[in-house]
Structures are given as C-alpha cells and as structure tokens.
Design a protein around this ligand. Structure first.
Ligand SMILES: Cc1cc2nc3c(=O)[nH]c(=O)nc-3n(C[C@H](O)[C@H](O)[C@H](O)COP(=O)(O)OP(=O)(O)OC[C@H]3O[C@@H](n4cnc5c(N)ncnc54)[C@H](O)[C@@H]3O)c2cc1C
Length: 430
C-alpha cells in the first residue's frame, strides 16, 4: 500500500493555483491508495495532457506511475503561431520537448498513437502493437475538423488552402504563402462557427498578417468571412485594426451574408450571399469537433464534444476515463491552452482524490487569453470560473479597456509574451 503525504499534496495544489477551497478540503486526509502503485495513462502531450501527466506525479508525490502517449517527438504550440506568421518569433521558440517530463518528473513517455481504448478491460492499444493496462485514463487529444462543412473544402484541399489551426507544417505553409503573395493581393479567411479552439485566435491571426503586410505589402487587402454575428474581443480588435492598419482588414459576419456557400479551391474564389470574392491566399478554419480517438472510444455526444463531470473531468459516458482540454465540454471555460492546462491540474487532483477515496472539492479556475494586434499592441480577456449546479460558470471576468493608451497596449503585449513563457515552462519544462 502506498501512503500519500497530505501536507505535500496540499502545498502542491496551492502552488498549482487551484485555490484555497480545494487545498482546505484535502487537508486532513491520509487514506492510502487502494492499489499498489496505480498506473495512469495519459493520451496526448499538448497543453492538457502534458500538464495532467506532470501534476499526477507531483500531487501523488510520485506514487502514481504515469505513462504519456504522444506521437510527436516535439510539440509546436498554437499559442504564438500567429506571432510567427508576422515574423515576431520562430518555430524553435514555439517548440517544446518531453525531456523535463521524463527526467525531472518521472513520466514515462511513449512516442506513438493510441489506436484503440477498451474501457471495460481498462487498456489502450498502440499502433506499434503494444497494449497497456491502466487504472485511470486521461485523454487530452485536442480537435479534429469537419472539413466538408465548408462546401468545396476537404482534408486534401487543406494541403493547398491551409487551416493552420494545428500548429506545425500547416502553419509553415501559411507563413510561406503570405510571403509569396503578390503586391496588392487579397488574403481571405473563412472563420469557424462556435464552439472552436481559441475564440480570439482567428482575429489575432488577421492582425498579425496585417502587421506583416503593413511592412512588406502595404496595398494588400484582408477579408474575413465569418459565420458568426460577433466574435471575442470584437470592439477591441476593431479599434486596434483601425488604429494600426486603417482599412486593410474588412470583416463580414452572418448578418452581412458572409456564410460561405461555395469555395472553388482551384480558382481561389469564395461565394456567399454577400458577394463572390477572388483571393490570392485563402485560410479556411473549418468547424471543429473532438479528436478521432474520443469518437472511437464512445466519449462524444451529439454535439461532437465530450461531456464530463465538470468537477472531476471524468467522462459521463465511460467511468475511469477523464477527458480534458479542447475535446471536453467544460462549461463556460473557453477552449484554450490556459483552460486545458487548468483542466489537467483539476483532473490530476480528482484522480489522486479518487484513488484515495477522498471527496473531490470545488476548485476555482482562471483563464486569460492575450492577443497581439500589433507587435507592441496587446489586448486580453480574462475569466474566473467556479462550479455552480454541476456546470463550470464564469463568476468574474472582463476585457482590456477600450481607448487605452499606447503604453497600456505595449504593457499588455509584454504580458502576452510573459504568459507564453510561464505557461510553457509550467507545462513542459520546470
Ligand atoms: C492560432 C491559435 C492561437 C492560439 N492561442 C492561444 C493563446 O494565446 N492562449 C491559449 O490559452 N490558447 C491558445 N490557443 C488554443 C490552444 O492551442 C488549445 O486550446 C490547446 O492546444 C488545447 O490543448 P489540448 O491538450 O486540448 O490539445 P492539443 O494541445 O491539441 O494536444 C492534443 C495532443 O494529442 C495528441 N493526440 C491526438 N490523438 C492522439 C492519439 N490517438 N494518440 C496519442 N496522442 C494523440 C496530438 O498529437 C496532440 O499533441 C490557440 C490556438 C490556435 C489555433
């Protein structure tokens, strides 16, 4: 039997930012784990999965064996990938490896893809033929795209008109296309409907592309066709666009007739009720759903996402499997790296509690999404979340002030860079 040290756990929980209520409830518990060295398998080494793996080890004082399965040797973050499009950072700065998880935190990392999960047998099968048994399974597999929801688009077409919404080769392709675009050409983005990964992401992206054009292609035009009638931080983005880029960016929403009816990939034309647009570079960000392995395991519902007990992140479809990050339905928390990392900590605490027969208390959560509108022009949206009636609800929050001074925007741009450094250090390094 393994004894978890409650004092160390309480300190670790507080240090991880999960808040006093959680720490207070765990205080006083010293029940040992039921099984000798429980084994938790984590699928996906992104923001959610890597955090869960690290904090499972930390919260259990290394008394849980953790195996992380991730096909990629290194992980390029989506956060910062828009900055890369503007030339403000490079790929190595956005790329993280799993060495610290292995050597500092004792996580066993296997670079492979999970091809099947058997919830009854509590096992996962890898593409290499290996089968692993688990006591608890954490899944943070991210998203997939509903390619054909944009008429004319397909997975094959994304090799020509990239979505660049999973960082990597797609991001580099878009980077190249922007640089090769003719002078005075048109860049067109088809934005996704709700819910999707990183609500401010598409709008930060066009800001960053405008920043590049302003310097290298000043007569270029940017058109956004959006199936929504509004978007995150809209007034702030539009204020920044006007201030920095004049009339370069044109945004059209649902009420303008901007829902795409036909995309002609070969001719790069896009038709909607509003007009037919001819573009030089097209960035299609399709509607999204949970990643394939979540569907294959029967964890999704009719929404295409995974319902979970929002206190613990345990699937409501299959016991013993926890779904975190973008794939999960996490109440009012946005699909973001910051949220996914918080889920990873909450879920790690829930598993440690469950394995010890402790009651899972009510944590508070926070999310901040920074966006760069220009290299020295940052804006943000922040929220604090708490469980109410079984749903994670926003209890406080807000956005940057409209009409703020250049100094304030510059400071927020610095905070954005600071946020990136600290969260990636927390997830993959220290
Ligand atoms: C342009 C852009 C900008 C963004 N900016 C921000 C930002 O500023 N701040 C912020 O908080 N968020 C931002 N985000 C959102 C953030 O990237 C996501 O919310 C975050 O990556 C979600 O984490 P996750 O763990 O759910 O999924 P991911 O990070 O996508 O990780 C999923 C991992 O699972 C692995 N996987 C999938 N299937 C399997 C399988 N069968 N077997 C094994 N492994 C598997 C994948 O290889 C992948 O590495 C941005 C996103 C985009 C697109």
């Amino acid at each position: 039997m393994i004894q978890s040290n409650r004092r160390t756990l309480i300190k670790a929980l507080a240090a991880a930012g999960l808040g006093a209520p959680l720490a207070a409830t765990l205080n006083g518990c010293s029940t040992p784990f039921r099984n000798a060295r429980p084994h938790v398998v984590v699928i996906g080494g992104g923001f959610g999965g890597a955090t869960a793996a690290k904090y499972l080890r930390r919260f259990s004082r290394n008394q849980i064996d953790v195996t992380l399965i991730e096909p990629k040797q290194t992980y390029m973050t989506c956060p910062g990938s828009n900055w890369y499009l503007a030339g403000l950072t490079d790929v190595p700065s956005l790329t993280h490896d799993y060495e610290a998880l292995k050597t500092q935190h004792g996580v066993k990392v296997i670079h492979d893809t999970v091809s099947r999960v058997d919830g009854d047998a509590q096992s996962v099968s890898l593409q290499n033929g290996e089968t692993l048994h688990y006591d608890r399974l954490v899944m943070s597999p991210g998203i997939d795209f509903v390619y054909d929801a944009v008429p004319g688009y397909s997975e094959a077409a994304s090799e020509v008109l990239p979505h660049a919404y999973q960082a990597g080769p797609q991001t580099e392709l878009l980077y190249q296309q922007i640089r090769e675009m003719r002078q005075g050409g048109t860049f067109l983005m088809i934005a996704p409907p709700n819910p999707f990964r990183c609500p401010p992401g598409p709008y930060e992206r066009v800001s960053m592309i405008a920043a590049y054009f302003k310097e290298h292609n000043p007569t270029a035009k940017i058109i956004v066709l959006d199936p929504k009638s509004k978007f995150s931080k809209q007034a702030l983005f539009m204020e920044g666009w006007q201030e920095l880029y004049g009339s370069m960016i044109e945004w059209y929403g649902k009420n303008d007739g901007a829902i795409v009816e036909e995309l002609d990939v070969a001719n790069k034309t896009v038709s909607c009720e509003l007009d037919t647009f001819k573009a030089d570079v097209i960035n299609v960000i399709p509607p999204q759903k949970a990643a394939k392995i979540a569907f294959d395991t029967g964890l999704t519902d009719a929404t295409g996402w995974c319902p979970v007990n929002q206190e613990t992140f345990e699937s409501t479809q299959k016991r013993g499997i926890f779904v975190i990050g973008d794939a999960s339905i996490a109440g009012q928390m946005p699909k973001s790296g910051h949220s996914a990392s918080s889920h990873g900590k909450m879920c790690a605490a829930a598993i440690v509690s469950q394995l010890n027969n402790w009651a899972m208390p009510r944590p508070k959560n926070a999310n901040t999404c920074y966006s760069l509108v220009g290299a020295h022009y940052g804006i943000s949206i922040a929220g604090v979340y708490e469980m109410q009636d079984g749903i994670i609800k926003e209890i406080a929050g807000g956005v940057s002030q409209m009409g703020a001074s250049q100094q304030v925007r510059k400071m927020e741009a610095e905070y954005a860079r600071g946020w990136y450094k600290s969260i990636t250090a927390d997830v993959w390094k220290s």
